[in-house]
Design a protein around this ligand. Structure first.
Ligand SMILES: [Zn+2]
Length: 272
């Protein structure tokens, strides 16, 4: 019986997320992202989704989306009636609305739509400590950009792929993870220093490849793991490996061959 770490899961198993597409009247291209609940939306800088900070009609925290007994629920925090609309209906201050995929929230020129949740998660970890530093859920239509900068790897959602200027990124190793609803894909947009990018199922020679759950990509000091959201997994006990294995009855690690603690905890909490 494993007792060393009472947290049996990573965030990927436990975290209830909501996928939201944000558009506003000035911006044609939508931003699509998954957010762990609770999510705050408003003009305040601490909101998970910050709307126009200069529009005083929008409250600092305008709405909050929370998890209640497995349901996704919106609380209207705006102090004026009809400052928030859900499915076209104006809400009263403090009103509570249960939310479902496809529902739209309108707030002063912004439309926030709940979209289909993600099935693929991308976890960025330090290759030495194997601590997960960033996680993204690839929802349909979303993209994540990762590039090397003087301070380390920068990982950020990419809103408008057609406006991506990779030359402006300083000519460093630049990767794009995207999901068009068909296949999650990794594209290497630039690699001027010819950094070796390793994929556990073979070297990456091509500029773009389809990703599969449990792919592990390594370069420099970074490890990137591709995970199935909501699927249990077993983290390898070997402190130098720690990759996620499928909970499919395997007894040895797919990468290093160490025995797996079958029957013990599945994915362990590795978030910072
Ligand atoms: Zn291993």
């Amino acid at each position: 019986m494993q007792t060393a770490n009472p947290l049996p899961n990573t965030a990927f198993e436990t975290m209830q997320t909501v996928a939201i597409e944000v558009t506003n009247e000035h911006r044609v291209q939508a931003l699509r992202r998954a957010y762990p609940l609770p999510v705050t939306i408003g003009r305040g800088g601490t909101c998970d989704i910050q709307l126009d900070p200069d529009n005083r009609a929008i409250s600092r925290v305008h709405v909050e989306i929370v998890e209640e007994n497995g349901r996704t629920v919106l609380y209207n925090r705006a102090s004026n009636a009809n400052a928030t609309r859900v499915e076209g209906r104006g809400l009263q201050p403090g009103e509570r609305v249960e939310m479902h995929t496809g529902y739209s929230i309108s707030i002063f020129g912004y439309t926030l739509k709940l979209i289909e949740p993600a099935h693929i998660g991308i976890a960025f970890a330090d290759r030495i400590t194997l601590t997960v530093t960033k996680e993204f859920h690839l929802v349909p239509g979303s993209a994540v950009l990762a590039y090397e900068a003087p301070g380390g790897l920068v990982v950020e959602p990419a809103a408008n792929l057609s406006e991506l200027n990779t030359e402006a990124l300083g000519g460093s190793l630049t990767m794009l993870f995207y999901f068009d609803g068909e296949q999650p894909t990794l594209a290497i947009l630039a690699n001027p220093a010819h950094t070796e990018v390793l994929l556990d199922r073979g070297m990456i020679h091509q500029q773009a490849l389809y990703l599969r759950p449990l792919d592990t990509i390594e370069f420099g000091t970074t490890r990137i793991e591709v995970l199935s959201v909501g699927q249990p997994g077993i983290v390898c006990d070997n402190p130098g490996c720690r990759v996620v294995n499928a909970a499919d009855g395997s007894v040895i690690c797919r990468l290093c061959g160490s025995p797996l603690s079958v029957g013990g905890p599945t994915l362990r909490q590795r978030r910072i």
